[in-house]
Design a protein around this ligand. Sequence first.
Ligand code: AAT
Length: 282
Amino acid sequence: MSLNEKNWFTEAYNDATAFSVRYSRKLFDKTSEFQRVEIFETDIMGRVLILNGCFMVTEKDTFIYHEMLVHPAMSLIGNARKVVIIGGGDAGAVTEIVKYPSVESVILCEIDPLVVSSCKEYFPALSAGLNDPRVEVLNEDGAAFISRFNEEFDLVLVDSTDPVGPGVTLYEIPFYENIKRSLKKTGAAVLQTESPLFMADVFSESVKKLRNVFGEDKANPYLTVIPSYPGGMWSFTFCSESIDILTSLPRDTGVSTKDLRYYNADVHRAALALPNFVRQLL
Ligand code: AAT
């Protein structure tokens, strides 16, 4: 097989590295006021969602991302009732959250309605959680939305794009301060904080800003592996005034990890182990 054959979709990470997937069909290609949304059918990665030229979802590995975004925090909070997801218009995070019987309301605040509508059509299993009556979808800038609340939410998830275009405000200190204010004292936030290997600066800056806002020992990254994201090694950062992710144990939530494909108590513990080069970035 050669890269010169046609139908390769390539995400260029920079001038010298890229990730390519060969597709059998292009299913969708529209441009909203925020970004270009493309969906391809591929043999190996399943359907893939590309926003502005970057892989956001592949059917092959997106379960790792969404399970690791949602379940560590939900297991530690134990009885989360009110949840907000900022970004995440593919609704994969919503679909994981609605598995919890304790959840009473989920707000999905995705700036771009085109992402939600296209994913509903082309990723029906991933976005199935949108049919749950507890879920409300808002099309608004997540930074503006979260600035309006005071001690309201048990969990805020930031399932955002990289710090370009509409995603820029989601990497700034005022946004982090507003998340903290919107959380109940017993609540937590989890943010996707990029690749410590390929986006070391963004990772390092984000965690430092979060520690600045929440407290030095109250914002802690954990790691997983997402093959379709730059560098493969991926980080999330857990922030909470009252729950210490480094010492707390997962609680009984009514969701059995036997029904999940990635997350379990051993994976939870292992995800907190940080390699030396990652520690040095903090
Ligand atoms: N679930 C994995 C997919 C994503 S997509 C992130 C979403 O954030 C996009 O749909 C984008 O429209 C939305 N978004 C961007 N900026 C804002 C904003 N200011 N307010 C609300 N939503 C926003 C995450 C991929 C992770 C990175 C991969 N490299």
